[in-house]
Design a protein around this ligand. Structure first.
Ligand code: SAH
Length: 217
């Protein structure tokens, strides 16, 4: 397939933001601006690049996918990113969600189980100068205690239950967004907030379908 030139990608991205993001109710202007700015096609492997802006997840290798644009925007809006926030992402995948968060917060720490994906994402993030993103190969069920606590935790693969270490690693006042439920069927996207006195409040936001959060072999 012939590669589109940069201006076609820019036009496709504008259409994506208009039709998939703004039209469906994403309102936070900072989130919309970040979706407009991050070159999503560069996070999709070359063979599928022309599909980067479609209204669906796209394969990124190793049986994994880059989430649908609307879901990335929704999760980003739900956690209410602030410029001073430190963020943990579980499931780096392509690095796209990390890049979208990168411009909105102080630092993004992101963990990926698959070494191949982690290295590729790290390469794209470095090349595109997302300098406040740190990628690590590891098991997201454990979180990242060395950098805890976090203002925000974004989990982009579905556990059957919310891993307790992630709740423990959330700051008072912190927001955690996570798809929870059985494998390869519909899960609930949950927004979990820890208030100033450490109490947990959980809200079901919407049915979603994510790849499972796997246990390491
Ligand atoms: N946020 C990604 C989408 C990731 S898809 C993006 O923007 O492209 C979910 C990712 O979670 C996959 O890459 C998968 O390999 C990873 N994953 C699955 N189980 C994991 C675990 N226990 N720890 C860390 N990553 C995991």
């Amino acid at each position: 397939m012939r590669a589109l030139d940069d201006s076609s990608y820019d036009a496709a991205r504008e259409t994506m933001v208009r039709e998939q993001i703004a039209a469906r109710g994403i309102r936070d202007p900072r989130v919309i601006e970040s979706m407009r700015r991050v070159p999503r096609h560069l996070f999709v492997p070359p063979a599928d690049r022309e599909r980067a802006y479609i209204d669906a997840p796209v394969p990124i290798g190793e049986g994994q996918t880059i989430s649908q644009p609307y879901i990335v925007a929704l999760m980003t809006e739900l956690v209410r990113p602030q410029s001073g926030d430190r963020v943990l992402e579980i499931g780096t995948g392509s690095g796209y969600q990390a890049a979208v968060l990168s411009g909105l917060v102080r630092h993004v720490y992101t963990i990926e189980l698959e070494e191949t994906l982690a290295r590729r994402a790290e390469g794209v993030l470095r090349e595109q100068k997302y300098d406040n993103v740190t990628v690590r190969v590891g098991d997201g069920y454990a979180g990242w205690p060395e950098h805890a606590p976090f203002d925000i935790i974004v989990v982009t693969a579905a556990p059957e239950q919310v891993p307790q270490p992630l709740i423990d690693q959330l700051k008072p006042g912190g927001r955690l967004v996570v798809p929870v439920g059985p494998r390869f069927t519909v899960q609930q996207l949950q927004l979990i907030e820890k208030n100033a006195s450490g109490e947990i409040h959980t809200k079901n936001v919407s049915p979603v379908m994510f790849v499972p959060l796997r246990r390491p072999q």
